[in-house]
Design a protein around this ligand. Structure first.
Ligand code: PLP
Length: 396
């Protein structure tokens, strides 16, 4: 099998599994229990939190460990002081409190909608339209949510620039006596292995992390919460995680996440170099196909392991099926959107035509790839594209 879908899931590395195993077996104690073995488990959990936090230039106490990025995103939005209506929706007449990028992951879009939100436009490469953000940044806005890198295109957003714009807006509000909070949240699920992250440098108040995309366990994530940010817990219970996330801590999960981050720490530059070369090779293989590829996203600001590509006029679903028969796993976009069978809201937002969207694949490289299997995958994709192009009588 050649796996080209690392943006959807990554294999847990043996190092991560080894770090987790004792906490699923002999060190099974509840970290809240009073006896010594349990206190050791508490210590191990706190150390893991410290390591995860250290990866983004924060402290363990600044983090809430969650069941993944979806929960972290949902928790981040509780920083908005909104009254929920009985049905979880606000009347549309209420001024938007949250601005989100129109290309955000559904876990951002769907949760933001519950508080009243407006979307910010992107350009044809998936980069934020800063003019649109400026225009929509009214005095009622309490939170702006822009992902670090998009999960379909790999487009990396200029977070520091956005943070600076929010800083100026806060100042201007203060000068006018307006005390409404204005926070910056970013979903950094993608790119943890490829970008050096520091919350202070990024200028974010809230940051979502995801273990599943970096060879850690699925169902584990974290939310960085700046000291000045107030959240309301999504679930009530035993008061764990300083009352922000009740429930017995996922000790093994947090330890696995920390081990996964330790493994990539200090190697981001080398990883970028490796994937840039592999993606270039793959691009030149694909360029020989009978149906010309349209490479998507922003080459200057793109995660090095991402290659979103469209073969306009072809049916990506059929390509996936043909490739699966050859042992190549790719996707049409976000795994969850693909399973709903809906056209990607991301590809629509960057202005692709229906034919371009229908012919789009997301290829994302990772730990399971090397030069040989990427070359082989490139040839198999070309062969599948050529077979489809011939079947449809498509001539280059
Ligand atoms: N946000 C982004 C950008 C993602 O890529 C994903 C996973 O695909 C998620 C959120 C959701 O993560 P999880 O399934 O761990 O909740």
């Amino acid at each position: 099998m050649i796996y080209l879908d690392h943006a959807a899931a990554t294999p847990v590395s043996s190092r991560v599994l080894k770090a987790m195993t004792p906490y699923l077996t002999e060190q099974f104690f509840n970290p809240s229990a009073a006896y010594l073995p349990a206190k050791r488990v508490r210590e191990a959990f706190d150390t893991a939190k410290g390591q995860i936090a250290n990866f983004i230039g924060a402290k363990g106490n600044d983090l809430v460990i969650t069941s993944g990025a979806t929960e972290a995103n949902a928790l981040a939005f509780t920083s908005v002081k909104a009254e929920f209506s009985a049905r979880g929706k606000l009347p549309t007449a209420i001024a938007p409190k949250i601005l989100v990028l129109e290309t955000e992951h559904s876990s951002v879009l769907e949760n933001a909608r519950r508080y009243g939100c407006e979307t910010i436009r992107v350009d044809h490469t998936g980069l934020i339209d800063l003019t649109d953000l400026r225009a929509k940044l009214t005095d009622s806005v309490e939170l702006v949510s822009v992902s670090l890198a998009n999960n379909e295109l790999g487009t990396i957003q200029p977070l520091a620039e956005i943070a600076e714009l929010l800083r100026q807006t806060r100042l201007s509000r203060l000068q006018r006596g307006i005390t409404t909070q204005l926070l910056l949240h970013s979903d950094a699920s993608q790119g943890l292995a490829l970008l050096e992250l520091n919350v202070a440098r990024l200028g974010v108040d809230l940051l979502t992390l995801n273990a599943a995309k970096v060879s850690g366990p699925k169902g584990v994530g974290a939310l960085y919460v700046g000291h000045h940010v107030h959240l309301s817990p999504l679930v009530a219970g035993g008061g764990q995680e300083r009352g922000l996330r009740a429930g017995t801590e996922n000790v093994a999960g947090a330890i696995g996440f920390a081990a996964a981050l330790e493994a990539v720490k200090g190697h981001t530059a080398a990883a970028r170099k490796k994937y840039t070369r592999l993606v270039e090779n793959l691009k030149s293989e694909l360029s020989q196909a009978k149906a010309p590829p349209l490479f998507l996203g922003c080459p200057k600001h793109q995660l090095a392991n991402f290659l979103p590509v469209s073969f306009p006029g072809l049916d990506a679903e059929r390509l996936i099926y043909l490739l699966e028969e050859q042992g190549v796993c790719v996707s049409t976009g976000a795994a969850c959107a693909a399973s709903k069978g809906e056209p990607s809201h991301v590809l629509r937002a960057i202005g692709l035509s229906p034919a371009e969207i229908a012919g789009s694949l997301r290829l994302s490289l990772g730990v399971l790839n090397d030069e040989a299997n990427v070359r082989a995958a490139g040839q198999l994709i070309c062969a599948a594209v050529n077979a489809e192009a011939e079947r449809l009588g498509y001539v280059r």
